[in-house]
Design a protein around this ligand. Structure first.
Ligand code: AMP
Ligand code: MG
Length: 539
């Protein structure tokens, strides 16, 4: 196909980021259609009666392109840059703003750890422009770490390489796992140090800085609405809602109280699907504040997130959350609902009927329940969720807490269970690799026997069931320690570890036997190592 000459009049599909022709596919609808902060200075301040502030990225010393996501480039119609240090790297680091780009930082507030935190906003992120992609769809290019904005408060507007790589890697991995998420186009080193107190112990250190270019149809969060409602800026609230509906949900029709209600219900539905997927793959967001909840139901703002290793409902990767465990794995579904209630309150001026808001929340509860059940049925390879299966699942979750058992390996290996095994050792053999303390897995035997019994009454053949289970139980996830190995290598100038991970994570459900080492359970050295087991918000 690539050898077939293209028609001379056909437009090139992929343009260089700096090609003037690409500007023909730029748009700035958010800036054009929504109220702006009249001031154009970067100093931190409360902003009123506006959805955003115009702001220019702050240039950095020596931009160098470290990673590029070809698939994201392809959907945008942007070619991989030829050089790590050319004009494209300058744009992606914020040193060069191209004609047609109208950068801005969005104004939002949020509930952090359960309390209203007032104005937050894009303190270190700014949207450069919207690109109409090769598929005709609109997506924002947003730089994270490109300097201070009116929303930076006392912080520096920068991001370190470790957190930027983690965002780049995980958002791409989530996409291939089938979880709704923002994406990432590029990772650029700034050539400048950033000072961070990683352990919050008074020992700040210089770390390499970086900028990620994130990509999503919209980065609007629950908090963009909450800040407007909190200040009773009801005209702006309506304008933002109308903009989101017009731009991202045209199928809902012209805004009206009824359409707002249907839109809220759609947000609830999408949020339910997203969180059910997190639970399916063992992803823990770590900071589910309402400013980190996407209005489009995408996983957004990858910070101190983590992946379950030992299956533990109470596990949180976020050291700031270690006490309260508000954002631990098992509480994510209820926290999402709590966040939707905060959004409901913010949207109530537009949706006066309380019953409409309640209907949205009911939709969340219903859709989450349906998805969670369906996902668990698929994970266990059950053809249909039958009477007694709820109990089977509950007993499994209890049994998994009996000894540290790797979630990813456990579910993946479950498809290999020899149902006709005559002794316990044979029955449990495929699961051994999932046990962290090299125990014999005895605690799981009663459950395994019941499960094998259940499957024997299932009409699906073994091969068909395995294929089905392997479609929903990933073999490869961006384990916390693997991300750290990629960070260590890249910090030392070696991008190959990251590149290999990215490649393997493009096919997380495939066997890929040559990459078996990346599917192994967490090695012991990583159990308590910073970045591998616990993460701070310092990034
Ligand atoms: P997060 O916990 O990353 O969701 O961030 C919460 C708020 O703090 C958001 O308003 C961020 O923009 C802001 N923020 C986080 N880190 C920085 C930073 N280094 N500079 C400026 N603002 C920041
Ligand atoms: Mg955030």
């Amino acid at each position: 196909m690539n050898d077939i000459p293209r028609h001379p009049l056909a437009p090139p599909l992929h343009l260089d980021l700096c090609d003037p022709l690409l500007a023909g596919r730029f748009d700035n609808s958010f800036v054009r259609e929504l109220p702006a902060d009249p001031l154009q200075q970067d100093f931190p301040r409360p902003v009123r009666n506006a959805c955003y502030s115009r702001v220019k990225p702050t240039p950095v010393a020596a931009p160098e392109l470290l990673a590029w996501a070809d698939a994201v480039g392809a959907t945008l119609g942007i070619a991989r840059p030829d050089s790590a240090t050319g004009a494209a790297a300058e744009v992606l680091a914020g040193n060069l703003v191209l004609p047609g780009m109208q950068p801005y930082a969005a104004r939002y507030g949020g509930h952090q750890f359960g309390n209203w935190a007032g104005q937050l906003g894009d303190g270190r992120a700014l949207t450069l422009v919207e690109v109409i992609g090769a598929d005709g769809r609109r997506r924002e290019l947003q730089l994270k770490g490109a300097g201070r904005t009116p929303y930076s408060r006392r912080a520096d507007g920068r991001a370190v390489l470790r957190s930027s790589l983690r965002e780049f890697l995980c958002s791409e991995a989530m996409h291939y796992l089938g979880v709704p998420t923002t994406r990432a186009l590029s990772l650029v080193a700034t050539g400048e140090p950033v000072e961070r107190d990683m352990f919050y112990d008074g020992n700040a250190q210089d770390e390499p800085g970086a900028v990620v270019c994130r990509v999503a149809p919209s980065f609007v969060r629950f908090g963009n609405f909450e800040i407007l409602a909190a200040h009773e800026e009801l005209d702006e609230l309506k304008r933002l809602a109308d903009y989101v509906i017009r731009t991202h949900h045209p199928e809902l029709g012209a805004p009206s109280p009824e359409v707002y209600a249907r839109w809220f219900e759609e947000i609830c539905r999408r949020t339910a699907v997203m969180v059910a997927d997190w639970m399916r793959v063992g992803f823990v967001h770590g900071v589910m504040n309402t400013d980190n909840m996407s209005i489009l139901g995408l996983t957004i703002d990858y910070g101190p997130y983590g992946w379950l290793e030992g299956y533990d409902l109470g596990w949180t990767p976020n050291t700031t959350d270690a006490q309260g465990r508000r954002y631990c794995y098992g509480r994510q579904p209820e926290i999402a609902q709590w966040n939707l209630l905060r959004l409901a309150a913010a949207l109530s001026p537009l949706i006066p009927e309380r019953a409409d808001l309640e209907a949205g929340i009911d939709t969340y509860v219903r859709v989450y329940g349906e998805c969670a059940r369906r996902n668990m049925g698929e994970k266990l390879g059950l053809g249909e969720f039958a009477a007694g299966d709820d109990a089977l699942v509950e007993e499994l979750i209890e049994a998994l807490h009996g000894a540290e058992t790797d979630m990813t390996l456990f579910f993946r290996r479950l498809a290999d269970l020899p149902l006709d095994a005559t002794d316990d050792a044979a029955l449990i053999a495929p699961l051994r690799a999932a046990f962290y303390d090299d125990g014999d897995g005895d605690h799981l035997l009663p459950w395994l026997r019941r499960y094998a019994e259940r499957l024997r009454s299932d009409p699906q053949g073994i091969a068909a069931r395995r294929t089905r289970m392997n479609r929903t139980n990933p073999k490869y996830v961006p384990r916390n320690y693997l991300a750290q190995l990629a960070i260590d290598a890249l910090t030392a100038g070696d991008a190959s570890v990251l590149e290999r991970l990215l490649k393997v994570l493009e096919r997380p459900y495939d066997e890929q036997p040559e990459h078996e080492d990346l599917a192994a359970r967490r090695p012991e050295w990583a159990r308590h190592k910073a970045g591998c087991s616990a993460l701070s918000c310092s990034s």
